[in-house]
Design a protein around this ligand. Structure first.
Ligand SMILES: Cc1cc2nc3c(=O)[nH]c(=O)nc-3n(C[C@H](O)[C@H](O)[C@H](O)COP(=O)(O)OP(=O)(O)OC[C@H]3O[C@@H](n4cnc5c(N)ncnc54)[C@H](O)[C@@H]3O)c2cc1C
Length: 509
C-alpha cells in the first residue's frame, strides 16, 4: 500500500485520512493549526460553547459512508438528532415562516402564505428532486473537473442520458427556476437562500444547484449533540483507531514535484517523502503557492473567484430567547440589493440577512448543554463579500456589528439583545483568511457562478501533477460539510484506485 501525506486537517482532510487508512494505506496528516477540523472549530469560554464555523449539518449519509469504509457504525460515534423546523424565517414585514421537516407540513405553511405557492412548491421540489438524482448520478462520488468527466456522450448516449442533460436546465439560474415556480416574494427569498450554502448569488448560479433544496428537505437537517464540532472529533477518533498519524503545528510550504509527480512535502525546512499527496488546503492556493510553475499556469481555475465570506458574532446571553428556533434566518429587506452588494459591488450589504443558531433549543437540559441554564450561546452569521483591496475589518467591524444588531432588533424581536450579552467574540473575513489559509477569506471555496460551469470545481485527481489529489470545499464537489466530506472520500478513492492500477499484484490479493 502507499504512504500518503495529507496537507490540512479540515473535514475533507480528515475524511480522506480515515478512508485511506481503512483501505490499508499509511497516512500522515499535517495540520498547521493546533486543532483538527479546520473551520469546524470550537470556542469554549466562561461556561459557553460555540461552534465557530459550520452549524447546519445535512446529508449524514456521506458520514455514514466514510465510517462504513471500516465497518463502523456512525451511531457509535455521533448522537445525531433530526431538527424540526429545519429553519425559522423572519421577514421585515413581521411574517414568520417555518420550513418544516415534514414536506407536507412545509407545503402547508407555504400555502398558508400564498395559496398558489402550494402547487408551486410541489413543482419546485419535483425539479429539485430530479436535479438531486442527476447530481448523484453524474457529479457525486467520483472525481469531476468539467463536463467531460460527468458523462461520456459518445459511449453512453441514450434517451435517458439526454433527458438527464435536459433536466440540468443549463439555460437557467437558481433564481430563474424559483421565479418560474413561486409567486410569493417571501417564499422565493427562503428558497433562494439554499444557494447561500455554497456562498453564491442565486441570480448567477446554475439551476442544477436547486438540488440542494431536495438534499435538505428530503434528507433532513441534523444536529450532533455536543455541536457540529463533534463531527471532526468523531472522524479524528476513527482515524486514530485506524492508525492515522496526526501532526498539528506543521505548516506545509511546498509540494515537491519530480518528473511531474508529487513525491514529498516540505515544512519548515523538513522534507517528508510520500508515495502520494492529498492537499486539503484551498485548491487555488495549493497550485499557486505550494507548487507553482507550469502546474499553476496550466491550472484551469486561476481566474475563478472566491465564494462569499462572513462575519460571525458569538454571543453568550444570560437569558434565552424562546421565540427563535435552533436555526433561523432573519431576511434582508431586498434580496437583489443584498446580493448585488455582496457579489457584484463587493461591499457589505446595507440591510443583510442574518443567520442565527441557538443550539440550546436542542441541548437545554442535556449533558452537552452549551450555555448555563436559562442562558443562550447565540451564533450570528452574516455573509459579506470575500476580501477585496481596501477591506480592513479591524476598522469595518464596529460599524457593521451595529448594522447587524439593528437588524435583529427590527426584524427578529431582539430589541434588548445588548442587555442580555455577558460574553462576546467575533470572527471576521480577515480572521477566516488567516486561520484557515483560504482564498480571499472565503467561507465556501470558489464561487458557483456561471450557468454552464458554475457547478464545476477543480477535480480531486490532479490533471497537472501525478500522485496529487485535492480534498476540501474548494475542490469537487464543492463546499459545505457534506460536500467537503465527500471530496475527502473521492480524493481517497481516486488515490486508492490509482494505487491498485499501478500495483497489479496487490489488486489480485
Ligand atoms: C462561519 C462559517 C459558517 C459555515 N456554516 C456552514 C454550515 O452551517 N453548514 C455547512 O455545511 N458548512 C458551513 N460552512 C462551510 C464548511 O465549514 C466548510 O465547507 C468545510 O468545513 C470546509 O472543509 P475543508 O475540508 O475545505 O477544510 P477547511 O475547514 O478549510 O480546513 C483546511 C485545513 O487545512 C489547513 N491548512 C491549510 N493550508 C495548510 C498548509 N499549507 N499546511 C498545513 N495545514 C494547512 C488549515 O489550517 C485548515 O485546518 C461554514 C464555514 C464557516 C467558516
Amino acid at each position: 500500500m502507499s504512504t500518503v501525506g495529507i496537507i490540512g486537517g479540515g473535514l475533507g482532510g480528515l475524511a480522506a485520512a480515515a478512508t485511506l487508512a481503512a483501505r490499508g494505506h499509511k497516512v500522515t496528516l499535517l495540520e498547521k493549526n493546533g486543532w483538527l477540523g479546520g473551520k469546524a472549530a470550537v470556542l469554549e469560554e466562561q461556561g459557553f460553547r460555540f461552534d465557530m464555523g459550520p452549524t447546519i449539518l445535512t446529508m449524514p449519509r456521506v458520514l455514514e459512508r466514510v465510517f462504513g469504509e471500516s465497518g463502523r457504525n456512525l451511531g457509535d460515534y455521533l448522537d445525531l438528532r433530526r431538527l424540526d423546523p429545519q429553519w425559522r424565517c423572519f421577514y421585515d414585514d413581521g411574517t414568520v415562516l417555518d420550513l418544516r421537516n415534514d414536506p407536507k407540513e412545509a407545503r402547508a405553511a407555504i400555502a398558508a402564505l400564498n395559496a398558489e405557492d402550494g402547487p408551486g412548491f410541489d413543482r419546485f421540489m419535483e425539479v429539485a428532486n430530479r436535479l438531486s438524482t442527476v447530481s448523484d448520478k453524474f457529479f457525486f462520488w467520483k472525481s469531476v473537473e468539467d463536463l467531460r468527466d460527468t458523462m461520456n456522450m459518445k459511449e453512453n448516449f441514450s434517451l435517458s442520458t439526454l433527458s438527464d442533460v435536459m433536466a440540468l436546465r443549463m439555460h437557467r439560474t437558481v433564481a430563474g427556476q424559483i421565479k418560474k415556480d413561486i409567486r410569493d416574494p417571501r417564499v422565493r427569498q427562503m428558497l433562494e437562500h439554499f444557494i447561500q450554502y455554497v456562498g453564491s448569488s442565486p441570480l448567477a448560479s446554475p439551476a442544477v444547484l436547486c438540488g440542494i433544496a431536495q438534499m435538505q428537505q428530503g434528507e433532513g437537517v441534523w444536529y450532533p449533540m455536543g455541536g457540529t464540532r463533534a463531527v471532526p472529533v468523531a472522524l479524528t477518533r476513527l482515524g486514530e483507531e485506524l492508525g492515522v498519524d496526526y501532526r498539528t503545528g506543521v505548516d506545509v510550504q511546498r509540494i515537491v514535484v519530480e518528473d511531474g509527480r508529487a513525491v514529498a512535502v516540505e515544512a519548515d525546512g523538513e522534507v517528508m517523502r510520500f508515495d502520494k499527496v492529498v492537499s486539503n488546503m484551498d485548491s487555488v492556493r495549493t497550485y499557486k503557492e505550494l507548487i507553482g510553475g507550469s502546474a499553476w499556469t496550466d491550472f484551469g481555475y486561476q481566474k475563478r473567484e472566491a465564494a462569499c465570506s462572513g462575519v460571525v458574532l458569538y454571543l453568550g446571553l444570560n437569558k434565552a430567547y424562546e421565540h427563535i428556533a435552533h436555526h433561523n434566518f432573519v431576511f434582508s429587506r431586498d434580496p437583489e440589493e443584498e446580493f448585488d452588494a455582496i457579489y457584484d459591488r463587493g461591499v457589505p450589504a446595507p440591510d443583510p440577512t442574518a443567520y442565527i443558531a441557538a443550539p440550546m433549543r436542542t441541548e437545554a437540559g442535556s449533558p452537552t448543554a452549551c450555555a448555563p441554564e436559562g442562558g443562550e450561546a447565540l451564533y450570528i452569521l452574516v455573509h459579506t463579500p470575500h476580501l477585496r483591496d481596501g477591506h480592513d475589518w479591524s476598522k469595518m467591524l464596529p460599524e457593521y456589528r451595529q448594522v447587524i444588531m439593528d437588524k435583529l432588533a427590527r426584524a427578529a424581536g431582539m430589541e434588548d439583545l445588548e442587555e442580555r450579552i455577558v460574553f462576546e467574540r467575533t470572527l471576521t473575513p480577515q480572521d477566516i483568511h488567516d486561520r484557515y489559509k483560504v482564498l480571499d477569506g472565503a467561507i465556501y471555496g470558489l464561487v458557483s457562478h456561471g450557468k454552464m460551469m458554475g457547478a464545476f470545481k477543480p477535480g480531486n485527481r490532479s490533471r497537472q501533477v501525478g500522485d496529487l489529489y485535492l480534498a476540501g470545499g474548494s475542490a469537487h464537489p464543492g463546499p459545505g460539510m457534506p460536500m467537503a466530506l465527500m471530496s475527502g472520500w473521492i480524493a481517497a478513492d481516486s488515490l486508492h484506485q490509482d494505487a491498485i492500477a499501478n500495483e497489479p499484484a496487490m489488486a489480485a490479493e
